[in-house]
Design a protein around this ligand. Structure first.
Ligand SMILES: Cc1ncc(COP(=O)(O)O)c(C=O)c1O
Length: 391
């Protein structure tokens, strides 16, 4: 008998990733000998620092190859608690922390737990493209609120208040932000959090880029504002960006106990636990990886400065100054091409890979990742300048 199956509508509706399409076309071009300048990657171009790699290798050599507890190794959860206290002023116990296979996995566990059919999740935009997809798959309703470039891409408390309905359940905050690189200052965050708490929303604070802040800007964690905000916030973070550990697949959430307990139970059935020897490497990252992280951040800051200087020199392009993460989100409206056509032509005609802003909620922009060398930045901006001059 013929097999019949249907993919349920929540999964069938997932959009194929344009980011991946651009990246694979860029790789195809590179394989034919073309020198592509890629600004597409969402990952540091550094290797994981050696002491972290050694810690994982030693764990493997010791035979650390069995399942850990479902919420992760106790020593790693203790190291996360110490980090959250030291760097974020947050007091969590290990039973409030769940280690997962990347911050992305932590977020998807959260939305799966929190969304009942039709529950609304407010997503300030331009936003990381995976948030709406994860909410959709969980059966919730993403409510993107794309903020104007003239407001520095920032959500105001008034705007937040205006989109809240009786179905609103969650507010996502992502500072520093992918794709814009903007960072909310403490007073801006406090004002947003006040509105969210007053309406009984849970705040999911995605702090994966917290260490990448420039110009003396300080990252602050919303959960640290008061006991009330602590009770209304789940803090999500990970190892991928700060310690160049994208392929290790490790992230975590810290939450009020009932939420952490539910996330651990859900994870136990979906993934059993995160990779054991990778977790041993992550303990080393938290206990001894700060200097390596600072070194990478200072390289990112130099690259950002070069990229901005070059972008500002290209007639017709404007760019909100990014003070965090490793992305810039320049405006290309002047050239009267939608962002997908702009990026396709830029790749085909000048071998420069960038991500169309449309996937992040703004068709007037493109995303440039500066997690690449200064040479690529210089050459890529020469080519971008020539491309826009040809339009
Ligand atoms: C805003 C944001 N959150 C979370 C993640 C997920 O990171 P990971 O799953 O590698 O920890 C990313 C990765 O690109 C991101 O940009």
């Amino acid at each position: 008998m013929e097999t019949t199956y249907t993919i349920n509508e929540r999964v069938a509706a997932i959009q194929p990733s344009l980011t991946l399409a651009i990246t694979s076309r860029a790789k195809e071009m590179a394989a034919t000998g073309c020198k592509v300048c890629s600004f597409a990657a969402g990952e540091p171009d550094f290797d994981t620092p050696e002491p972290i790699r050694n810690a994982a290798v030693q764990a493997l050599a010791r035979g650390e190859t069995r399942y850990t507890p479902e919420s992760g190794l106790l020593t790693l959860r203790q190291a996360v608690c110490a980090k959250l206290m030291r760097e974020n002023g947050l007091s969590y116990e290990p039973d409030q922390v769940v280690i997962s296979n990347g911050a992305k996995h932590s977020l998807s566990l959260l939305f799966t737990m929190l969304c009942r059919p039709g529950d609304e999740v407010i997503i300030p935009g331009p936003f990381w493209l995976s948030y709406p997809e994860m909410v959709n798959v969980a059966g919730g309703k993403p409510v993107p609120v794309v903020c104007a470039e003239s407001s520095g891409f920032k959500l105001s408390p008034e705007k937040l208040e205006s989109v809240i309905t009786p179905r609103s359940k969650v507010l996502i905050l992502n500072s520093p932000c992918n794709p814009t690189g903007i960072v909310y200052d403490e007073s801006e965050l406090r004002a947003l959090v006040e509105v969210a708490v007053r309406h009984g929303l849970l705040i999911v604070s995605d702090e994966i880029y917290e260490k990448m802040v420039y110009d003396g800007v300080r990252h602050v964690s919303p959960a640290s504002f008061s006991p009330e905000t602590y009770a209304h916030t789940v803090t999500v973070n990970g190892f991928s960006k700060a310690f160049a550990m994208t392929g290790w697949r490790l992230g975590y959430l810290a939450a009020p106990r009932p939420l952490a307990k539910a996330a651990g139970a859900l994870q136990s059935h979906l993934a059993s636990a995160p990779n054991t020897f990778a977790q041993h490497g992550a303990v080393q990252a938290l206990q001894g990886g700060d200097e390596a992280a600072r070194h990478m951040v200072s390289a990112f800051e130099k690259r950002r400065n070069t990229l901005l200087e070059r972008l500002n020199g290209i007639a017709g392009i404007t760019c909100v100054r990014p003070s965090g993460a490793f992305y810039a989100f320049p405006n290309i409206r002047q050239f009267k091409l939608d962002s997908i056509t702009f990026c396709q032509r830029l790749l085909e005609e000048k071998a420069v890979a960038a991500i169309p802003g449309k996937v992040f909620g703004s068709d007037d922009n493109i995303r440039l990742s500066y997690a690449c060398s200064l040479e690529i930045i210089q050459e890529g901006m020469d080519r971008l300048g020539r491309f826009v001059a040809s339009l």
